[in-house]
Design a protein around this ligand. Structure first.
Ligand code: NAD
Length: 573
């Protein structure tokens, strides 16, 4: 294995980076301005901005600070009919295209399949030829921990419905990792009434989540944490504790004490053996070893993952509800010899797939003004349009009370096919009628209905065995480009690590224009539509019904006489 890329990047601008706010443009149009503000916002709310790291282990916003500066300068001079091309965090070209074309297209972290290994990627990264874009880091669509909080909340709500009569009250939920994404777990669990015990090895990450209101308490001692957690469980009180410790040590220690939590998962950065912290090392020791001897670091990290995953397998055998939370811990442990690592399921196959079949996914919007009042108005719009949808009503009500604003005010709201277009057009109308201080950028996670192929995560256990088929996310990006999205991205490796996933993202800017109406209408047909088509093709009944209700034109159904291969027509979801 090559040594790790440098953790300090020369030429960093004065930190902290802060996204521009207000109604004044520094670019030649709102689409370019929106993309520029989102790039800055990624670093404003990111985990290690000095290293250009946004979240998800080493997910970066740009390849170097020189690239960052060049991107900013190019966005400022970019005309309304030009397209900027980003290759793995570097601005490589500008072409004259047309007004309905994307202003930015990106490809990050993609390798030819046979060469798509972590080792080869690290060599290229060390040589300055590539960067790891994760999902929304390299695509400048990250909105902080709040971006994942509804998905995490819905996952734990599904756990509660499936196993505990609709509530986590009186249940102990064990997890690990309080980073950019994992930091949403304590809040999501307490919003469902449960007790969250989340193990985190880096004290500064716990402090950050406590300060932001995502986690209630930091505790440095296992005995004290258990005392508090078990007392709250007994009283059926919601409580969240960030426990300072290493998951590879704490999980097995709970088993030694015959303590099996009700729910167990994990969101450490296990997808990257150079970011998961090995047993026995403090953060400064881990940072030093990573720089000195990446090979030894990775070897120790993977051995720790085996202990960590092995404890989860045992807890599953002992009756806990256990699920993988999208970080490929199972894959790493299996590759290192833990044969039954996949004995517990991933979160998408266990809880989220029915939503993907309806084209539902993590629709997000960002208030470019920076004003909290704009967010309030858009929250009201959700209730005005979808007030009779109980899930959305409950979510917006909870989010307004409990989810802190990070960076540019933004919201995530899982919307389905049809809902996304309706809401986006209404947002554009608010901008047109000057009911907001500035335009809105709409984006989403790459984890969505039709935009990702990831056999250990989003496409695990597909009904027709098509888990590894990567045509779908590529088609998603092509379609969104044709439909006129303002930014379109194709990435690889997000969530689970290099070579293990292919995924795509997009941004559409609501600047109040009729051109934006046209783009919205097209993009919010294609983007969730291809997801419904993908799941219908795989034989999911919910997707077939959604497609029929939405009038999607799926010609292959004619060749298969109404049902795709493998579909028996049963209620299989
Ligand atoms: P991050 O790098 O911001 O945070 C990871 C955290 O894990 C850090 O705070 C780190 O200190 C901690 N950690 C590392 N090793 C540890 C150990 N042995 N014990 C305890 N804590 C340890 O990453 P993130 O953005 O929070 O993402 C976490 C993982 O979740 C990644 O693998 C990512 O790909 C995956 N992910 C999941 C989803 C989802 O929807 N479930 C979405 C995005 C990412």
């Amino acid at each position: 294995m090559a040594s790790a890329p440098p953790t300090t990047i020369a030429g960093a601008p004065p930190l902290p980076v802060r996204a521009p706010r207000g109604a004044t443009l520094s670019c030649k149009g709102w689409p370019q301005e929106a993309i520029l503000r989102m790039l800055h916002n990624n670093l404003e709310v990111g985990e290690r901005p000095e290293e250009l790291i946004v979240y998800g282990g080493s997910g970066r916003a740009a390849r170097s600070w020189a690239d960052f500066d060049a991107i900013v300068a190019t966005l400022r001079r970019l005309e309304q009919d030009q397209t900027l091309v980003i290759q793995s965090g570097r601005p490589v070209a500008v072409f004259t295209t047309h007004a309905r074309a994307p202003r930015v297209v990106m490809a990050n972290s993609n390798l030819v399949p046979r060469w798509a290994t972590a080792e080869h990627f690290r060599q290229l990264e060390s040589a300055g030829l590539m960067m790891y874009g994760q999902m929304t880091a390299g695509s400048w669509c990250y909105i902080g921990t709040q971006g994942i909080v509804q998905g995490t909340y819905e996952t734990f709500a599904a756990v509660a419905r499936r196993h505990f009569k609709g509530t986590l009250a009186g249940r102990l939920c064990l997890s690990a990792g309080l980073g950019g994404m994992g930091g949403a777990q304590p809040l999501a669990i307490t919003l469902n009434g449960g007790v969250a015990l989340v193990v985190e090895v880096d004290p500064s990450r716990i402090d950050r989540r406590v300060a932001a209101g995502y986690c209630q308490r930091r505790v440095d001692d296992l005995e004290q944490a258990l005392k508090l957690a078990l007392a709250a469980k007994e009283r059926k009180e919601a409580l969240s504790i960030g426990l300072l410790g290493n998951a590879a040590e704490v999980y097995p220690r709970l088993l030694e004490r015959d303590l099996v939590p009700d729910v167990v998962t994990d969101q450490t950065s296990a997808h990257d053996a150079l970011r998961y912290v090995p047993l026995g090392l403090s953060i400064p020791q881990a940072d030093a070893l990573r720089e000195e001897d990446g090979q030894d670091y990775a070897r120790r990290a993977v051995a720790s993952m085996v202990a960590h995953c092995g404890a989860m397998v045992r807890m599953h055998e002992e009756g806990a509800v256990v699920f993988d939370y999208g970080n490929n811990l199972r894959g790493q442990a299996q590759d290192a010899g833990l044969r039954d690592a996949f004995s517990y399921p991933g979160f998408v196959v266990a809880y989220l797939r029915p939503m993907f079949c309806e084209g539902r996914g993590p629709f997000r919007w960002v208030c470019l003004s920076g004003e909290a009042t704009d967010l309030q108005r858009t929250d009201e719009l959700v209730l005005e349009l979808f007030g009779d949808d109980q899930t959305l009503h409950r979510w917006i009500t909870l989010a307004r009370q409990h989810v802190p604003i990070e960076g540019l005010p933004a919201r995530v709201c899982w919307l389905g096919l049809g809902q996304r277009a309706r809401f986006a057009l209404a947002l554009n109308d608010l901008v047109r009628r000057k009911q907001l201080r500035a335009p809105i950028a709409i984006t989403r996670d790459h984890l969505d209905t039709g935009s990702v192929a990831s056999p250990n995560r989003e496409t695990e256990g597909m009904r027709d065995g098509s888990d590894a088929v990567a045509d779908w996310p590529l088609l998603n990006a092509l379609l969104n480009t044709a439909a006129g999205a303002d930014s379109v991205q194709i990435h690889s490796g997000g969530g689970v690590g290099v070579g293990l996933s292919v995924h795509a993202g997009m941004v559409v800017v609501c600047d109040g224009s009729s051109l934006a109406d046209d783009k919205i209408t097209a993009v919010f047909a294609t983007d969730p539509g291809i997801g419904v088509a993908r799941h219908a093709d795989a034989g999911y009944g919910i997707a077939l019904r959604t497609a029929a209700q939405a009038g999607l034109d799926l010609p292959y159904l004619e060749c298969t006489r109404g049902a795709p291969p493998g579909w028996s027509g049963d209620e299989d979801e």
